[in-house]
Every structure is written in C-alpha cells, then in structure tokens.
Design a protein around this ligand. Structure first.
Ligand code: SF4
Length: 683
C-alpha cells in the first residue's frame, strides 16, 4: 500500500489535517485524520473532511480545457485554450485598456497560487481589479480589524481557550460551520466557571450550554452592541487603565453614548435590558474571547457591526493577553491566505496598503513591473461595471459568482454580457454556463504548497494523487497564461514562488517550505527563521506607529432589512454541517448528499398555521427581487416572523432573492444575510 498523503482539508477555515489512503493504482479511497497535528484537529474530522477522496475521484472533475464554439463548450488542447484566452485578453486590453479586465480569485487555492493570481492581475494585466470570496463573508471583519487594530486577522489562537473565562459567540452556528474548532474550544475550556454567551436570532444547539442567549433580531446588532457598551461605561466597568494606555478614541466613544437610549436600543434589537446587564457582568472583568460569524458581517453595515464588537473588546481590555481576543470564523480553507497574499483591490501581499508608495516600489522591483496605483474594484463592483461597459472580461479562479453573488438573475445577465469569461475550476460549476474558455485545475492532494487557516496558521499540504486527465495546478496555468501574455515567469515549483513571497512580504520572511513541512504550522507574522511565529497578536502593542488600538464610534445603521406589509417575514440564510458554501464540492459527495439531499425552509408552526401552510408542502417565497419554490419544514425554535434557509443549493438559489444594493461603504459587502419576504402556497 502506498504511503498516505498528508493534506489540509479543502473545505473550511479550521484547516484540519488529514491523510488520503491510496490503493494500488494510486487512487485515494479513504480520508481520515491521523493525529498528525494534535494542536489542531488531532484524530478528528467533521463529516465533510472524511469525504475528500470522493471529490478527488469524482467523475465530473474537469479534466480537459474547453472553448465555447457556436454556443457549445468544445474540448480543446491546452495550447489552443491558453492561446485563445491570452489573445482574447490582449484584444480587450488593446480595445478598451487594461482597466477593462477583472479577476475573481479563490479562497481555496494555495497561497502561492493566490500570490501569482494577483501578480498576474497587477503586473501582467495592469490593474488592481482583483478580489476574493472574503468579500461576501468576512470582508467587514478584515476591514474593521485592520482599521482598529492593525491587522485584518484573528488575534487569538486555540491555547487561549485554556485560560478563557467567557466565550461570547455572535452570529455563528459554530457546531455546524466550524465543528472541529468548536470541539477543541469546548475541550480546552472544560472547567467549572466558563460562561458562554450566544447572540443569535435562532435557538441553535449552542444555547443548551449558554449562560445568556441574546435572541437578537437579525441585522440589529449595532443597537444591542452599543447598548452593551453604554451599560459597561455607565457602571464604570471599562478597563480604564487599558483604554488610557493602549488605545485612542475612548473619549469619542464615551461621548457618542452620552444620550444613547438603552431601552429604545434593546426594543429595536429584540433583547431584554436585564440580559444585556448580565452579559456586561460576564465580560467586564473576565477574560473573554469574542467569536463571530456571518450573522454579524453579511450586512450592508457589516463593518460597523464588527467595529462595535471590537469597541467592546477594547472597552473591557480583552485583547493581546492570554485567554482574551477577537476571533472571526473564516469560511474557506485558505480565505485568510487569499487576503494575506494580496488578492484584494486595496492591499498588496503581506497586508501592505496599495497606497504605500514604498510598498508598491518594493513589490514592483521584485516583479520587474510597475504596480498600478489606483485601487481596484471589489467583486460586486466588477459585476456592476459590466453593465456600464467598464469591465469587458473576467478571469474567475475557483469562484462561482453565478450562485454566490446577490441578485443572481442580474449576475447571470452580466456574465452573459461579458466579451470574455475565463473560468478556472475543478468542477463544472454553475458559472461555466456563461464561460467562453474553461481551464481545468488540480485540487488539494494533487498539488503541494501552503494554506493559511482562520487562526493565521500557515500549513503545508502535500501532493500524491494524479490530477484527472490534463488538469493542472492553478500556479502552472497562471504561469502559462502570463507567459502567453508576454511575461517571462520561470517558476518550477511552489517552493520557488514561496521564496519570492518571503522577499515581497516581510510578515512571512521567516517561514520556508522546509520549516512548514517539519512543523504543525507557523503563525504569521514571522520575520526571520529563528522567529517562532506569532500565535497571539498585539501582546507588544497594536499595529500602528503609536502602538495603540483605535476606538471607532459607530452610528446606528440606515441599511436595515425590515419586514413590510407586503413582505412580512424576514428570511435568514445560513449553513448546514453537511454542506459548504455554494455546495459545488459538498453536493458532489454521495455521503453528504445522502445526509442532506436538498434545500428547505424553516418556519415557526404558529406562522405556518396563520398562513395555512403545512409541513413538507412546497411553498413560494418572494422578495422584492425574485421568487423561489421549496419545501416547508416546521421548526418551533424559529422566532415567529423569521424564516431560515441553507445557502448550499443552487436550486433554489436564495441569492436570487437578495439585492445587490445597498452595499457596505467600508468593505463593499452586499446584504446577504437577511431579506424581507412573503411566503404563499405554491399554485
Ligand atoms: Fe474540514 Fe472544516 Fe470539517 Fe475540519 S471542520 S474537517 S477543516 S470542513
């Protein structure tokens, strides 16, 4: 039997380590945790992690390039596909200029591949229109954390749960979305005295062990977060010494709360004042870790939501010390790495701002190219600018905008309007319907390199499985594309690309592939080879010249999605344990599909009785932007007036109900979490 291949799970940001067992033909037949990384997942995987071999062997894997000819995708050679793609891009650039080409990059490819993607966009195409899937999940977390603390990343790590006294979970169903991390948290925190606070409109399984369940109205977080801050300040429970010594802006926040009406805010947010007072008691002088998910971020005021939570952590001095911190639960297995490597319209590799002239000159000198100065477009903006004719071509790598972007009917129309759509992926995803050129890519297990988990832990993932047919690692495809466009890239491995990353981005300078192979992962920043890495951020001050964190007063939002007479319910979208994001991988696992075959709508039985609807009947759900049909499930844990549906199924696609506007002005996040709807009998 061949030696098992150690890889990192291609699903979520926990980044569990697993091994692929190979048969005598070198094909994987089993995926199991082998205890390779006891600090992280040890011998445990969730139900998704044990099905990775199914994806590697799946008959639908893309195995050869295609070009659309006479409205049909036809198999072609690599040479033909790369020539056509590069010629198409060159023609569009010569007709409309480099600003007419955008790139959507993936949070599930290797760090080295993300790095080459943004290098391709900046150095070969000549603009900063590059973005990744974080835009639709934790873009607001990245923006708020960077603005207030210095780095757009988690501050804490698993060992902090050994010392934590209160865990505060906001808008995250951790047992479904990040099950293995939650298991570790529970194991480490299993001592008397730990308090769990959960803020969630739904009664998830987490509330069984919660000291407080804030059953908040979705999208109303700023109301209750500001009210909680005001309660702490009124009682004099803030960590005054921390605020004075390690922050700026505390007085501005205190002043902003002077006339704040706590009772009115509680009524707006749907929580009792007494519950917030108990919450204040449980966080003000106890070591607290704040964990949050997309319940907090996926709003057109998502960045302000996160800022309000960061203010609370600063107010209570819960950052930069053992047992404290801020932990956004990132989605894709390498979405942290996608931002770290610069697949963002405003940041270069290593979180260096694009506006930093010295950083541009530094990176440009390594690339032998000028880094464009003008900030690029975000993913939703690129799609919008197709309508205006500003964007004429899109290169989509490991992303599925036909399903993931809001107002999917509009998105489909925009994708059709493009003069050139290049899709590089592992499966025939829904976006392929609109593609002119399809490039088949390799996945984890078929290529080696590094990925960065939600805790900033960079890990090595090995190769050992043959990619299907002619599929290639994304870095090789990008190199062929760049050279066909006139570049002269000569990388022979991801190790060589990583060596360039170490020079380009000082926060990774101390990390080599050799170190990664021999370690359970290294936390960035890591500035030289003798540096152990930085599991906990901000122990020696914050990421600004004055070493102080920033309080930021947060105003009440005017982008709320509230029920109306015509649309009396509020739909909340969320995740299931058995599936992942838009489902293009998990829906292809026989095991996962058997466990959760299709979509559904959860409704409180009282609401269903009032509307004359019954369990399992197909209902029609309509928002101002679209209609979907799906079976109804009655769920007593749903708050009356609220509905829940999982996001993983393309049929129906709930993003057809969502609006592309308004958009978060700071993180350019559309409102994907809630939408007012009506529900009727179908037919
Ligand atoms: Fe994979 Fe996440 Fe499950 Fe771990 S918790 S096995 S990383 S999906």
């Amino acid at each position: 039997m061949a030696t098992p291949i150690p890889i990192v799970c291609p699903y979520c940001g926990v980044g569990c380590n697993l091994e692929l067992s190979l048969d005598e033909h070198g094909r994987p037949f089993k995926s199991k945790a082998a205890g390779r990384n006891p600090e992280l997942n040890g011998k445990y995987l969730c139900v998704k992690g044990i099905t990775i071999h199914e994806l590697l062997n799946h008959e639908e894997r893309l195995s050869q390039p295609f070009i659309r000819k006479a409205d049909k995708l036809e198999l072609v050679s690599w040479e033909e596909a790369v020539t056509a793609a590069s010629r198409g891009l060159k023609d569009i650039i010569s007709k409309y200029g480099p600003e007419s080409v955008g790139m959507l990059c993936s949070g599930k490819i290797l760090n080295e591949e993300v790095y080459l993607s943004q290098k391709f966009q900046r150095a070969v195409i000549g603009n900063n229109h590059v973005d990744n899937c974080a835009r639709l999940c934790h873009g607001p977390s990245e923006a708020a954390l960077r603005q207030q603390l210095g780095f757009g990343a988690v501050s804490t790590f698993l060992e902090d749960y050994d010392a934590v006294e209160t865990v505060f979970v906001v808008g995250a169903h951790t047992t479904f979305t990040h099950p293995i991390i939650w298991m570790s948290v529970k194991k480490r925190a299993k001592r008397g005295g730990l308090k769990l606070i959960v803020a969630d409109p739904r009664e998830t399984d987490l509330i069984k062990n919660a000291a407080v369940h804030l059953k908040v109205k979705p999208g109303m977080d700023i109301f209750w977060l500001n009210a909680l801050g005001k309660i702490i300040i009124d009682k004099g429970w803030q960590d005054q010494a921390f605020c004075e010594k390690h922050t700026i802006g505390f007085n501005a926040v205190r002043k902003a709360t002077e006339n704040f009406d706590i009772n009115a805010a509680c009524a707006r947010a749907g929580v009792k004042r007494s519950e917030l007072e108990l919450t204040a008691e449980l966080i003000h002088d106890r070591k607290t870790i704040f964990i949050w998910g997309m319940g907090l971020t996926q709003h057109a005021h998502g960045t302000d939501n996160v800022s309000a939570l960061v203010n609370l952590a600063l107010l209570t001095g819960n950052i930069g010390k053992p047992g404290c911190g801020l932990s956004p639960l990132r989605g894709q297995n390498n979405v942290q790495g996608a931002g770290d490597m610069g697949a963002l319209p405003n940041l270069l590799p290593g979180h260096m701002p694009l506006e930093d002239e010295a950083a541009r000159i530094h990176v440009g000198s390594i690339w032998d190219a000028n880094v464009p100065t003008k900030a690029g477009l975000s993913a939703p903006e690129m799609i919008h600018q197709v309508a205006s004719g500003k964007i004429r071509a899109l290169y989509v790598i490991g992303e599925n905008p036909a399903v993931s972007e809001p107002q999917s009917n509009f998105v489909a129309w925009m994708l059709q309007r493009l003069e050139l759509l290049i899709v590089q992926d592992i499966f025939p995803i829904e976006t392929l319907k609109y593609a002119d050129i399809v490039l088949p890519a390799a996945m984890m297990g078929e290529k080696e390199g590094s990925v960065t988990n939600a805790a900033r832990r960079i890990q090595f993932t090995a190769k050992g499985v043959r990619p299907p047919g002619e599929a290639k690692p994304d870095w090789q495809i990008l190199q062929e594309m760049a050279n066909a466009m006139g570049a002269n890239w000569r990388y022979s491995s991801t190790a060589e690309i990583w060596e360039e990353i170490r020079i380009a981005a000082p926060v990774f300078s101390g990390i080599s592939h050799d170190r990664l192979r021999q370690s359970p992962g290294i936390f960035w920043p890591c500035y030289d080879e003798s540096h152990p890495g930085t599991p906990r951020l901000y122990e020696d001050g914050f990421g600004f010249r004055d070493r102080r964190a920033r309080f930021l007063p947060v105003n009440l939002p005017n982008t709320l999605m509230e029920p109306t007479e015509e649309y009396p319910y509020v739909l909340i979208t969320g995740r299931l344990l058995e599936h992942f994001n838009t489902g293009e991988m998990s829906r292809r696992s026989t095991k996962l599909l058997r466990l959760r075959p299709s979509s559904f709508l959860d409704m409180n039985p009282q609401d269903a009785a009032t509307a004359g609807l019954s369990e399992n009947e197909t209902v029609r759900m309509t928002s101002p932007y679209g209609t979907v049909r799906l079976p109804l499930k009655l769920d007593v844990s749903m708050k009356p007036g609220y509905l829940f549906a999982p996001i993983h199924f393309s049929d129906p696609n709930f993003n057809s109900l969502m609006s592309a506007v308004p958009i978060d002005p700071k993180a350019r996040m559309p409102a994907l979490k809630v939408i007012p709807v009506k529900v009727e009998k179908d037919g």
